[in-house]
Write a protein that binds this ligand. Structure first.
Ligand code: ARG
Length: 458
């Protein structure tokens, strides 16, 4: 017998029943569902909607149901449709009529909005911790590599020399913003919807603030239609998770490149690589590739919730049950990727020599040669032209700029003097970029200092 069976004269078709049921995926919200119900039951008693003794029985039995679920003593049934009605059915089985009082003034519409918010906010805490460990790992690696010179790229062409520390801290900034995005999201989501009822609130004299206080919400929703209808917090979290995956995926792509024979900037640890079933020599960066691959799936989850929501009239529609599998999948995927990514970078070997060697080719000091001329008084556009010609000549004779003789330099411009060698030395190119945000050691250390403080306050 369905909890809503009163107006029906036929049983639900069994195929329809399975189709409709969400317990196989929303069962994971059992703890939040029960926490919400306990708060609701207490409030019903406090406001005199049910007796104090019924309220106490409900609270006690809900606690027992929670314990039994946690100890694997309960089997959910598809017949009871979703987690909300599974819990209520268990309650009624145990305490009969008293159990039937729990749903007074409440709808599954506001109940599910409450549950999903609580579930997501619980998950947000874990996600933030995982991000924090990644940030700690990045900052400690960055501290070690403020002098490790490597080429910086644009268009995947060597551009200007930077340091590994600078590169790592670029990702630090991105993941830091992801952390703050999660915190902002939490603030907006932390609003309690129970009391919205099915869509139009309730006539009972409920104390909504009391429910919010018990559950630790910062405030209560101010519009019952909005309280049950919106899922922007699901969309927004999916968006944040997608951005995290973009960051992980870009970094993975770089690591895959750096780990190639051709680059050999890093070598993945054996414990974080896998072999080929046919080619004995292979050691593949599968972890990085899988993370890059899994980003597609998280973006798909975002697209799916956006599309589900876009045409829905107010208020609740059953379509919204489809929000859960996507957001759960997105969360599970990011929670899977973050720690394994952190482990992979923490254990990879850094080939400093190859990085520095890589910075030497490709005229990464050409900008500095032009800046040298500018500092001697030449207009920048002209300096750009002169160094462009230098590069063309260098390519012809198979030299790098620092291998030019003084005579060769003089032929390019007679304002060039001996100090050019120092000015275009790779180390100078890095160490003179002291500007805030730049790759020079002191600039990176300045950023590390600020970020370490920020991290310790999280
Ligand atoms: N399982 C439903 C969901 O996830 C709960 C809300 C159902 N409400 C309703 N009126 N059918 O959206």
């Amino acid at each position: 017998m369905k909890l809503w069976g009163g107006r029906f004269s036929k049983n639900t078709d069994s195929e329809v029943n399975d189709f409709n049921s969400s317990i196989r995926f929303d069962g994971r919200m059992y703890a939040q569902d029960i926490r919400g119900s306990i708060a609701h039951a207490k409030m019903l008693g406090k406001c005199g909607v049910i007796s104090e003794s019924d309220s106490a029985t409900l609270v006690k039995t809900l606690g027992e149901v929670l314990e039994d679920i946690e100890n694997g003593k309960v089997e959910f049934s598809a017949d009871a449709e979703d987690i909300h009605m599974n819990v209520e059915t268990l309650l009624i089985q145990r305490i009969g009529d008293i159990g039937k009082r729990l749903h007074t003034g409440r709808s599954r519409n506001d109940q599910v909005a409450l549950d999903i918010k609580m579930y997501l906010m619980d998950e947000e805490k874990e996600l933030s911790l995982l991000l924090k460990s990644l940030l700690e790992c990045l900052i400690s690696m960055a501290e070690e590599h403020t002098q490790t010179i490597m080429p910086g790229y644009t268009h995947l062409q060597k551009a200007q020399p930077i340091t590994l520390s600078h590169h790592l801290m670029a990702y630090f900034e991105m993941f830091k913003r992801d952390c703050t995005r999660l915190a902002d999201w939490r603030e907006r989501t932390n609003v309690m919807p129970l009391g919205s009822g099915a869509l139009a609130g309730t006539t009972y004299p409920f104390d909504r603030q009391y429910v919010a206080d018990q559950l630790g919400f910062a405030s209560i929703t101010l519009n019952s239609l909005d309280g049950v209808s919106d899922r922007d917090y699901v969309i927004e979290l999916s968006g944040i998770l997608s951005i995290i995956m973009v960051h992980l995926s870009r970094f993975s792509e770089e690591l895959i490149l750096w780990n190639t024979n051709e680059f050999s900037f890093v070598e993945m640890d054996d414990a974080c690589s896998t072999g080929s079933s046919i080619m004995p020599q292979k050691k593949n960066p599968d972890v990085a590739e899988l993370i890059r691959g899994k980003s597609g799936r998280v973006f798909g989850d975002l697209m799916s919730i956006l599309t589900t929501m876009k045409g829905l009239p107010l208020a609740y529609n059953k379509d919204m049950q489809e929000d859960k599998e996507c957001i759960f999948d997105a969360i599970d995927t990011v929670k899977l990727c973050l720690p394994v990514f952190t482990k992979m970078i923490r254990t990879m070997k850094i080939n400093k020599e190859n990085m520095e060697q890589g910075a030497k080719g490709g005229f990464t000091n050409a900008t500095d040669a032009a800046d040298y001329l500018v500092k001697k008084g030449m207009p920048f556009r002209q300096a750009h032209e002169v160094v462009g010609k230098m590069v063309a000549y260098a390519l012809n004779v198979g030299k790098s700029l620092d291998e030019f003789t003084m005579e060769e330099f003089k032929q390019c411009s007679d304002i060039i003097e001996d100090d050019i060698y120092h000015a275009i030395d790779l180390h100078t190119c890095v160490s003179d970029r002291k500007i805030i945000g730049g790759p020079a050691r002191e600039a990176v250390e300045y950023a590390i200092g600020i970020n370490k403080k920020w991290l310790s306050e999280q």
